[in-house]
Design a protein around this ligand. Structure first.
Ligand code: SMG
Ligand code: MG
Length: 377
């Protein structure tokens, strides 16, 4: 497409309840929504089109190095100007965004946001759904839920019970040192061993904790997600040798190359694919393909996406290699009001949108109420 303008909005959307992980408590989602306008080539000349993207960053650089104010500067100062310049030399498509931005180091989430908007615009212009573009055939995906660290075990049991009664097919418990064995044991005791259960440490442990983490083995977890630091691939490989619980990487994988390294080293037997963390949906698909070829299970992670990112995640998770339920919950898991039509859980599943592009309609009037800044790039 040829970009004419990019409207960048910074939003702050309140969460229905605080979401606590080993690194912070989120009370709201502070994100960027991009609306790209421009033209694509149609059979009878240029066609006006619009597409939407969302940034995976959080307000503070605690999950990864990106943060929303930084992403905003990155898009304004580097990414959008670079794409504008590139389109004056050669045609820009969603598939060339990655290479046009490759010389800019890092900033995967910011890159993903603009690639997403261009992809949505192009697919809308040709009337194709994102699921069809990817070659995904499933029309619904199983819905897992990520449960934050709670104030007490009784409160945790109530929260988990509530999600199970809504039909969530897999529970993920956030853990940290001091909140690990006891909450897992309590959930198993209360709800039994038939509930698919996994944990996520968000890099809160070190290899010194191997013995403690081995105690999780008796609870038949699907996996333990990112127990060690982002750059600890070798140590994850060592840890994998002493646990029977499969190790899944999240923060450590920022590209298909990282995924290949992790697989080669034996650092992960499962990968959480978060499109924003790896620089976009096209790289996410490459990781899916690579993992499938190596017999590594993958599932789709989440960054508390609004309906825009949630729609795209659902389509990605509909690919065959996504063999485990993702963190793709209903919109009301986080939001009283979503900025698109809400995603709902039905029979433990979320429907994959089938309309052109990501297949959802961003509601600018609703967005307006959560907007803390807008700029036209
Ligand atoms: O979108 O359902 C969601 C959130 C899933 O737990 C989730 N994400 O490490 O996997 C993860 C976290 C990152 C965000 S924590 C604020
Ligand atoms: Mg994680």
């Amino acid at each position: 497409m040829h970009i004419e303008s990019v409207e960048l909005r910074e939003l702050r959307i309140p969460l229905v309840s605080p979401f606590t992980t080993s690194f912070s408590t989120q009370l709201e989602r502070n994100t960027l929504v991009l609306k790209v306008s421009g033209t694509t080539d149609g059979p009878n000349g240029p066609v006006e089109t619009v597409g939407w993207g969302e940034c995976g960053s959080l307000s503070d650089p605690y999950y990864n190095s990106e943060y929303t104010a930084g992403a905003r500067a990155m898009l304004r100062e580097y990414l959008v100007p670079t794409l504008r310049k590139s389109q004056s030399d050669q045609p820009l498509t969603a598939e060339t965004v990655g290479s046009a931005l490759h010389h800019i180091v890092g900033h995967q989430m910011s890159k993903s946001a603009i690639e997403m908007a261009i992809l949505d615009a192009e697919l809308r212009a040709r009337g194709q759904s994102f699921a069809r573009y990817l070659g995904a055939t499933r029309t619904r995906v199983p819905s897992g839920v990520s449960v934050g660290i709670q104030d007490s075990i009784p409160q945790l049991l109530e929260t988990v019970g509530n999600y199970l009664s809504q039909g969530y097919v897999r529970i993920k418990l956030k853990i940290k040192p001091g909140w690990d064995i006891a909450p897992v044991a309590a959930v198993r005791k209360e709800f039994g061993y038939d509930v698919p259960l996994q944990v996520d440490a968000n890099a809160a442990y070190t290899l010194v904790d191997a013995q403690l983490l081995r105690r999780l083995d008796e609870f038949a977890l699907l996996l333990i997600e990112q127990p060690l630091a982002e750059d600890d691939l070798v140590q994850h490989a060592k840890l994998a040798q002493s646990l029977s619980t499969p190790i899944c990487l999240d923060e450590s994988v920022e590209s298909a190359k990282d995924a290949a390294d992790a697989i080669t080293l034996g650092a992960a037997s499962v990968i959480n694919i978060k499109p924003s963390r790896v620089g976009g949906y096209l790289e996410a698909k490459r990781i899916h393909d690579l993992a499938s070829a190596h017999g590594i299970s993958v599932w789709c992670g989440g960054m508390l996406e609004t309906g825009i990112g949630r729609a795209a995640n659902a389509a990605l998770a509909a690919l065959d290699g996504f063999t485990l339920p993702g963190d793709i919950s209903a919109s009301d898991r986080f939001y009283k009001e979503d900025i698109t039509e809400p995603f709902v859980i039905e029979d433990g599943h979320i429907s994959v949108p089938q309309g052109p592009g990501f297949g959802v309609t961003p509601r600018e009037d609703v967005m307006e109420r959560f907007t803390v800044g807008t700029e036209i790039l």
